[in-house]
Design a protein around this ligand. Structure first.
Ligand code: HEM
Length: 66
């Protein structure tokens, strides 16, 4: 994931845009099951993973630059 993102130029500032698109898309797909609790859990999971990816991607950008 990290390697592909870095190849594509994905940066930390792009993550909020994907979060903003993903949560409404999840609501559209799962419909009534998308309670506030479920959407909050997806948001938490997204940012848990995003924070890991952002850190590892920043390290790989630095390694490539060095
Ligand atoms: C937690 C957030 C994210 C997850 C879990 C995620 C996950 C993934 C995964 C699994 C892949 C495929 C990796 C591979 O080919 O081996 C991928 C590819 C990609 N991601 Fe993400 N991603 C996230 C956020 C983002 C963001 C913020 C952007 C930029 C707006 C982005 C843009 C891309 C692009 C351009 C590709 C390559 C697609 C392709 O090969 O056609 N991703 N991502």
């Amino acid at each position: 994931m990290v390697a592909r993102h870095v190849e594509c130029g994905v940066k930390a500032e792009h993550y909020p845009y994907v979060a903003e698109a993903l949560l409404p898309a999840i609501r559209d797909v799962i419909g009534e099951g998308a309670t506030d609790e479920v959407l909050a859990a997806w948001g938490e999971a997204y940012w848990f993973l995003a924070d890991i990816l952002i850190g590892k991607e920043a390290a790989l950008y630095e390694e490539i630059a060095a």
